[in-house]
Design a protein around this ligand. Structure first.
Ligand code: ZN
Length: 243
């Protein structure tokens, strides 16, 4: 079984389509594991929700998913995120809203646990330092944990009891062993590691490997749709820079 691991699609249909096509050239996939924030920021919330549901799908909630259906307050969102959340809400069908509202905070596909932020704060914590990683490892009941939310790809290995962040190098093959890992595949729809290309990972259960890939997409097309939707200029501009 091969799982396509996607985080933070953020209503970016061009990015999602590019990733789905690119994944086929890298051996294909049998199902999608979606780590939350399928909507928010971008111009195609409904189309992205429909597209991921074309495949066998295991998905968890992100803060933007719940905010779009009023299950989470946007008080902590900055002005651009709040404006995008309001716009997203106005675009969702009843079916879309029902799907987002029913997403669980965590899901298990052995040997992985899927969560958007972290296990101690599934919707809002950015897991980016050793202390946050340790807190998640303390709560982890499976061997591996998949996270999104920071839009920043990494591997975090439990090394002699303490978590260690290492580069999740593009196209390298990583063998999964006995030690526990936290893995962020990077972001599909709004990368923030200064590389504007979409990032995603593929898990192969026969080989017991994980690989991360990157693919360019038609950024100007997404930006034009965002302009027509009246989404904030800052959100449009940042896609050029991967920030
Ligand atoms: Zn996000």
């Amino acid at each position: 079984m091969r799982a396509l691991i996607l985080a933070d699609i953020h209503s970016n249909l061009e990015a999602l389509n590019a990733v789905l096509d690119d994944a086929v050239t890298h051996g294909g996939f049998d199902q999608i594991w979606c780590l939350g924030d399928t909507v928010g920021y971008g111009p195609d919330p409904s189309a992205c929700l429909e597209l991921v549901q074309h495949y066998p799908l295991l998905a968890v909630a992100g803060n933007h998913d719940y905010a779009a259906v009023g299950k989470m307050s946007t008080d902590d969102f900055n002005y651009a995120a709040k404006a995008a959340a309001l716009w997203t809400t106005s675009q969702l069908s009843e079916v879309d809203a029902g799907f987002l509202g029913e997403l669980p905070l965590t899901a298990i596909a052995e040997p992985f646990t899927l969560v958007h932020g972290s296990l101690r704060d599934p919707l809002e914590e950015y897991l980016l330092d050793q202390q946050a990683a340790q807190a998640t490892l303390d709560l982890l009941s499976s061997r591996f944990c998949l996270v999104g939310h920071s839009h920043y790809p990494f591997l975090c290995l439990e090394n002699e009891g303490s978590p260690q962040f290492v580069q999740f190098t593009e196209d390298a093959v990583y063998s999964l062993g006995e030690e526990r890992w936290i893995i962020n595949p990077g972001c599909v729809g709004q990368p923030r590691d200064r590389d504007p290309r979409s990032s995603y990972a593929i898990y192969d259960s026969q080989q017991m490997t994980v690989q991360r890939h990157r693919v360019s997409y038609d950024i100007p097309q997404t930006q034009e749709k965002m302009r027509q939707a009246g989404l904030p200029q800052y959100l449009i501009e940042r896609l050029n820079h991967g920030i």
